[in-house]
Design a protein around this ligand. Sequence first.
Ligand code: UDP
Ligand code: MG
Length: 320
Amino acid sequence: MKKIISICVPAYNESDNIGEFYKKIKEVFEKKIPMYSFEIVYINDGSTDNTLEKMENVANLDKNVQVIDLSRNYGKEIAMLAGLEHTTGEATIIMDSDLQHPPEKIPELIHMWEMGYQDVYGKRVTRHKESMLKIYSSKLYYKILSFLSQTKIEDGIGDFRLLDKECVQALISFRDKQRYTKGLYNEIGFKKIGIEFEANERFAGESKWSTQDLIKLAKDGILSNSLIPLKLSTYFGTALSLSAFVYFLYTLVRALLGKTTLPGYSSLMIVLLIIGGVQLISLGVLGEYVGNIFKESKDRPIYLINKKNSIVKEEQNSGK
Ligand code: UDP
Ligand code: MG
């Protein structure tokens, strides 16, 4: 029996990439690693173009292709979870559907897995055609995030990786709704190793990430990983209140000595405003956490599936 390697592919409006992606994967497995068989789990993340149709076409040709059609667009993080929950292989490789993650690297990922590593992650070495703003802001973001969450999250290390089925089970068992999978990879542990890869340019279509999405992901990353913002506001608040108290003693002594306190008016106002500001910020931080607790506590399903082609296939079979 050949070992099955699952390929988990979230896709949102990627109609021009689906066919090519399948072709490339098939080619790599047949030519480079024929001793393994593959399974593709496509997740249609509420696409508005004919991505689903393209996926179903591929699935009709090849019984090793599953299509999970989510009921709406949930975002890549949740689409990945839906995919992982449907993989059946000994190991799963998560890949973008736009061919930016090179399929030629699959044999190397599998090789490291066979050496005993359970989480073989891709480390991107160059970035094509990205704006300097995106490159630098992401570098800065990962620095801040690593500091705040106190786990090492590096720029260039993302979702292109092979996960042993133990790791897949572990990730599935994390039921966070505000998912930040990059943080979860660290959280679950297991034996890890990185291999370098050069990201290709997108095969077709455009990147789905708007600045707004990136800000949301950044916020989810910090809030779902770290309690430091909560502590920071307490520290800040304490430091400011203490200095305000010292300043108060100082003005009191001056007043007792008969010195006029009126010139202190403006500085007092400043202190007051700062304290007010810190309090509002702290409330805001608390509010975000409480909001997250609220969302998690509703215990709603993380995603809903419209249809699965594997089910359609089973029905066809039982109908015969
Ligand atoms: N994606 C998704 N849901 C979304 C946005 C993106 O499943 O809401 C998928 C997308 O189809 C692609 C992958 O996530 O396969 C990475 O997205 P994209 O290429 O837009 O991101 P970038 O490579 O620019 O970081
Ligand atoms: Mg991409």
